[in-house]
Ligand binder design. Structure first.
Ligand code: GLY
Length: 445
């Protein structure tokens, strides 16, 4: 079996490792814009190419006789790489453009959810002109401001966070409107969590819930990033989520998947990523992504016990209901080591060392530590930073606390270079803060 993987980040290194753990021993072919040394080590052949070049990717897949593909990042989804692969006779895990709009067009996504009577939407408005947008901000008085299009996870700004007051929200709205339409939404208060699922068009196989940390610095301060690290609990539920709240989030995602064919004429086949916020009134939808999260993929795919190639086959053939996708009941903590100055002024081309390399990467849930390469490159046997997140370090253990110690220890002792990371992710103090916050909100109801 030959599998093609598109993308070259930490998320894709985790996907590549999961594919290579398959007992069917698939051969892996990869397309990425820069050569990730971890993924390259698992590949038969690497094509260095623009990941949005649908024609080149589909031609490569045909030429190599690829049986199935997995598309990691959002950019190739938005450029029609899945459409081109299916048209070339290569089934792909990753939705076609018209379904990827759930991520690539936030205005479309809100209207789609509303139109199909799916729960979880905030009060919202979509605007192309400043005056009505400003009036709506006054009306809601506490808002999130989102560019409608893709921003690499860094475009959303929220009052009480990056936007100190209504004037700042209006100022940012003006800035967004220079290049895009703007979505203004009621701000929810609560704890965020990520629920990801393999989707075959009709059925969903859910991964354990995860919590990402967007802000660059400890204590959840500093600029927004793609995500500095995430944790999962032993089992599906984070410690601040009740089984009822978890069921509600699952129902929202199920209803969303069921609505695609009516709206787009196509089924959603790929990974659906629900970014939820747990409020005192239950889970609400912050946004959807049409792919795995990065870093969350490193958490959940490290735990995947099922055969990834079989899961992919079930996704593309619409037969996920005929298998159980199993995850180890361990907790995970993933922390990213990122270049000094990231995200605003990252130190590029700095040499780093990862002692032991990514040696455990094929062990999966049997390992207690897995290191995934992300935005780094190899030259003359040495590893160098680029402008984005460098190395994802995942601890796996019976508890979040132990998994955190394993990840942090590895960062302190084995990853060297001009890098920084967040010590607080997954620590008992931070996890307790999340639990206390939710208990307080529930108590105020
Ligand atoms: N970790 C957030 C994302 O992948 O969008």
């Amino acid at each position: 079996m030959k599998i093609l993987l598109v993308g070259g980040g930490g998320r894709e290194h985790a996907v590549a490792a999961a594919i290579k753990r398959s007992p069917q021993k698939p051969l892996l072919y990869t397309v990425m814009s820069k050569k990730n040394p971890g993924i390259a080590a698992l590949s038969e052949e690497v094509l260095i190419s623009d990941e949005k070049d649908a024609f080149t990717i589909a031609s490569f897949a045909k030429e190599k006789g690829i049986d199935m593909a997995f598309i990691g990042p959002e950019a190739p989804l938005s450029a029609g790489v899945s459409d081109a692969l299916w048209a070339a006779g290569v089934p792909a895990v990753g939705p076609k453009m018209n379904c990827a709009k759930i991520e690539t067009d936030k205005a479309w996504a809100r209207k789609f959810i509303e139109k199909h009577g799916i729960e979880g939407n905030p009060k919202y408005g979509v605007f192309t002109d400043y005056e009505p947008a400003a009036a709506f901000i006054d009306q809601l008085s506490d808002v999130a401001v989102k560019p409608a299009g893709l921003t690499g996870g860094k475009g959303v700004k929220v009052m009480g966070d990056q936007l100190p007051d209504i004037a700042a929200a209006k100022e940012y709205t003006k800035e967004v409107l220079k290049g895009d339409s703007v979505v203004i939404e009621e701000r929810f208060v609560g704890e965020e969590f990520t629920l990801q699922a393999f989707v075959d068009g009709k059925h969903l196989a859910f991964c354990p819930t995860a919590q990402d940390h967007k802000r660059a610095y400890e204590g959840d301060v500093g600029p927004n990033t793609g995500g500095m690290g995430a944790y999962t609990n032993a089992g599906a539920l984070l410690p601040f989520i009740t089984p009822e709240e978890y069921e509600k989030a699952k129902q929202i995602m199920q209803a969303t998947v069921a609505a695609f064919p009516n709206e787009t004429g196509d089924e959603f086949k790929g990974i659906l990523y629900g970014q939820f916020i747990l409020t005192q009134n239950g889970p609400k939808l912050i946004e959807y992504n049409a792919r795995f999260g990065d870093p969350e993929a490193m958490n959940v795919l490290s735990l995947l016990e099922s055969d990834m190639a079989a899961v992919m086959k079930a996704v593309v053939t619409g037969t996920l209901d005929q298998m159980t996708v199993e995850f180890s009941k361990k907790a995970t903590v993933c922390k990213y080591a990122v270049p000094a100055g990231y995200p605003d002024n990252p130190e590029k081309d700095a040499e780093i060392t990862v002692l032991g390399g990514a040696g455990n990467v094929l062990k999966g849930p049997e390992a207690d530590l897995i290191v995934y390469y992300s935005a780094v490159y190899e030259k003359d046997g040495k590893i160098y930073t680029t402008s984005s997140r460098s190395v994802g370090v995942v601890g796996l253990a019976a508890t979040i606390e132990k998994a955190e110690t394993i990840s942090q220890d590895a960062l302190d002792k084995t990853i060297k270079g001009s890098l920084f990371f967040r010590r607080d992710i997954g620590t008992p103090a931070l996890v307790q803060k999340r639990i206390d916050h939710m208990n307080k909100l529930r108590g105020q109801k």
